[in-house]
Write a protein that binds this ligand. Structure first.
Ligand code: ADP
Ligand code: MG
Length: 376
């Protein structure tokens, strides 16, 4: 990435002074994430294993007493509304959090956003934005910010994205942004919000989790994500139990529904296997699980695309221990687990494959497991 880590925490208050004048009451930030494994299982009540990345979104916030909400994000426009007014576009992610959290004794705010998380790259810039605003509101309004409090904030952020923005995401992104821990992945049970912090010592293993942003934006609100979610819900209804409790999907007659459900069931198994490997420090063992996850997302869930397949295939061909698309799909990013020494060769191979395919030039970043939302 060209943007240095932590720059957003300085940029947000600086932009605040330029745009609104004076100083913010404080600045809070929240990270983007990569999901090591467990894709498209959150809304099925399954388990997933995301980790926070070093890139953050920062929110510089000053309280107001006149019932107005003024919002600005660098690279976007200023939005100035009365508290409670309906907002569209990027500012819906901010106003949605205010709406969902409904903090006590809150009468408006000036909010300025700066971010290092690539937008629409499958690295969860949306949840980083929501979580930075939620933690800021919690800090300013005295809401609890221990782990239980952060679970409450994460759920409010999810409601904001589901019910206010209208993107049917399943909660993983908000949970990792608010509850992750440096040096750890978060084993998250999406059914009850239970978490286990599992160490991921890639440095000791001599490994790098390489993120490939394919430069092809994904769209969660265009219906394809929602249709996958609906298929998972249909399958569970037909099978008579949530997919996390299902061993076999053979009772499903519809071949498409059967493949969708098979992805969820096998992916949840892979998450448990991956968590076991990490608990005993076997980071290398993630490789084949990443490969299997990608095949399942590509063939059974059908949420990959040519750019993602190209990145995954090229990384594997150049020696990655495993690789897969991450995030909602249809574009966005992939991850590759690489021996440190192999990273330059794998990057070159992925870039060459994109060029040969006529795809955008990919952007790389190295994901070290980082801390969750905090005051800057
Ligand atoms: P992802 O979360 O994978 O980056 P999404 O489609 O879920 O992709 O969310 C991207 C949307 O979130 C953007 O289109 C924009 O509306 C909003 N967003 C994210 N980051 C910012 C930001 N720094 N400033 C303004 N809006 C943002
Ligand atoms: Mg998102």
């Amino acid at each position: 990435m060209t943007v240095p880590d932590g720059a957003a925490c300085d940029d947000a208050p600086r932009a605040f002074t330029t745009v609104f004048g004076g100083n913010p009451d404080g600045t809070w930030c929240a990270p983007g994430r990569v999901n090591l494994i467990g894709e498209h299982v959150d809304y099925a009540g399954g388990v997933c294993l995301p980790m926070a990345i070093p890139q953050v979104t920062a929110a510089a916030v000053r309280r107001r007493i006149d019932g107005r909400l003024r919002m600005y994000s660098m690279g976007f426009d200023v939005v100035d509304v009365a508290l409670g007014d309906r907002v569209d576009g990027w500012a819906a992610y901010v106003a949605g959090v205010v709406w969902a959290l409904d903090p006590p004794d809150f009468h408006g705010a000036d909010i300025v956003i700066a971010s290092e998380v690539p937008v629409g790259a499958g690295l969860s810039s949306s949840a980083a934005l929501e979580a930075s605003v939620a933690l800021a509101l919690a800090g300013l309004c005295g809401l609890p910010v221990d782990d239980d409090g952060r679970n409450v904030l994460a759920r409010a952020c999810m409601r904001a994205e589901n019910d206010y923005v209208g993107a049917p995401t399943g909660g993983m992104d908000q949970q990792i942004a608010l509850r992750g821990r440096a040096g750890h992945a978060l084993l998250l049970d999406c059914a009850d919000g239970h978490v286990e912090h599992i160490p991921v010592d890639t440095a000791a293993a001599g490994l790098t989790v390489l993120v490939v942003d394919t430069g092809t934006g994904h769209r969660l609100v265009d219906g394809r994500y929602g249709s996958r979610r609906a298929a998972v819900e249909d399958a569970a209804r037909l099978l008579g139990s949530p997919l996390r409790e299902v061993d076999s999907v053979s009772a499903l007659d519809d071949p498409i529904l059967r493949r969708r459900a098979r992805h969820v069931v096998t992916e949840i198994e892979r998450v448990h296997t991956a968590a076991d490997a990490l608990r005993s420090g076997r980071v290398h063992d993630l490789g084949p699980l990443l490969d299997a996850s990608h095949r399942s997302l590509r063939d059974d869930f059908e949420v990959s695309c040519a750019e993602l397949d190209s990145a995954v295939d090229a990384a594997t061909a150049a020696g990655a221990l495993g690789a897969r698309m991450v995030g909602g799909g249809f574009g966005g990013s992939a991850i590759a687990l690489c021996e440190n020494d192999d990273v330059p060769r794998i990057e070159a191979s992925v870039t060459a494959a994109a060029e040969a395919g006529g795809f955008p030039s990919p952007v790389f970043l190295r994901a070290t497991p980082s801390r969750s939302a905090h005051r800057c």
